[in-house]
Design a protein. Structure first.
Length: 308
């Protein structure tokens, strides 16, 4: 199975345009969802998220780290993010380091509009030593030959990436739009092939429903489209005191379930994607762990409008 995956991975790498990672715990990385949400919550935030997708075939492992600050004096937000995505047991490695900025207009808790910008510096690299290709097979001795398809002298590419976004906050709900890869940077490596990253358009909607002082529900809709790929995430999260849970569905892909704790300073959440596509018997599903830690003054920490 792993040999088959590497062959499939090589073919897709040559002829298919790249796709950005997607997370089930959408709101654990607000700066990745939409740069306009940078500094959405008061004070300082440290964000960390890890996703192991289709772990039985070593498909994708994605880690995101971020720090952001709400600059209340200027109704703005600033942040930095680092994303690392490993595909094919580390054969293909993508790293992004980004700077986020957002500016809000309007009156808080009634109607507010935020504009955001993210500038990413990315690097994509290939480790050819992990690849097992068809032309390496000797008829008598097995995998003993060198592949003519790999060029160790050309194993990485650097590029810059731009993302913009807008968010409308109506009372405690959010409606937003973002466009990533505006400049469609070229991340082609092999033989200097042109392989631009297609633009990714994302729309989301969330609004909290207060049932009781200690019980809240958060319906959620996230729609993303990139090239010919589209994803619709439907879900609802609930919070009882400091415990929150989530159930959701991503169209033609997976059912999602999660649980976590949501404290004033700390939020920790785990989720699992049960694959529903034809790959379900081989992938093992996807695991995701998210952590948010808020530090500095605790003033105004009742602004936790995003749960999952």
């Amino acid at each position: 199975m792993r040999v088959f995956f590497f062959l499939l991975f090589f073919i897709s790498f040559l002829f298919v345009r790249a796709q950005d990672p997607l997370f089930s715990q959408t709101y654990m990385q607000l700066m990745y969802l939409n740069p306009a949400l940078t500094g959405e919550l008061k004070g300082w935030q440290l964000n960390s998220q890890y996703r192991n997708q289709w772990h039985k075939i070593d498909a994708y492992q994605t880690t995101v780290l971020g720090v952001q600050k709400n600059v209340s004096k200027y109704k703005a937000g600033l942040g930095v993010t680092i994303l690392n995505d490993q595909a094919g047991d580390g054969s293909l490695n993508t790293t992004h380091a980004g700077i986020n900025a957002a500016k809000r207009f309007g009156k808080q808790d009634t109607f507010e509009v935020a504009l955001g910008l993210k500038i990413d510096f990315g690097q994509k690299s290939v480790d050819y030593s992990n690849w097992t290709l068809g032309d390496q097979i000797d008829n008598r001795y097995g995998f003993t030959l060198d592949s003519i398809n790999s060029d160790p002298q050309q194993n990485k590419v650097n590029y810059m990436n731009l993302t913009v976004g807008i968010d409308f906050k109506i009372f405690r709900g959010n409606l937003g739009f973002s466009c990533a890869n505006i400049n469609e940077p070229n991340d082609g490596i092999v033989n200097k092939l042109s392989s631009s990253i297609p633009r990714r358009f994302t729309t989301y909607l969330s609004y909290p429903l207060l049932v009781h002082q200690t019980i809240k529900f958060y319906p959620l809709l996230v729609y993303a489209v990139q090239n010919e790929f589209n994803s619709i995430l439907y879900g609802i999260s609930s919070q009882y005191k400091f415990v929150n849970s989530f159930i959701g569905y991503r169209n033609k892909d997976s059912f999602i379930g999660g649980i976590g704790v949501n404290l004033n300073r700390l939020k920790v959440q785990y989720s699992y994607d049960l694959t529903t596509s034809t790959l379900s018997n081989q992938t093992g599903g996807s695991h995701e762990l998210g952590v948010v830690f808020r530090f500095g003054s605790k003033e105004g920490y009742d602004d936790r409008n995003f749960v999952f």
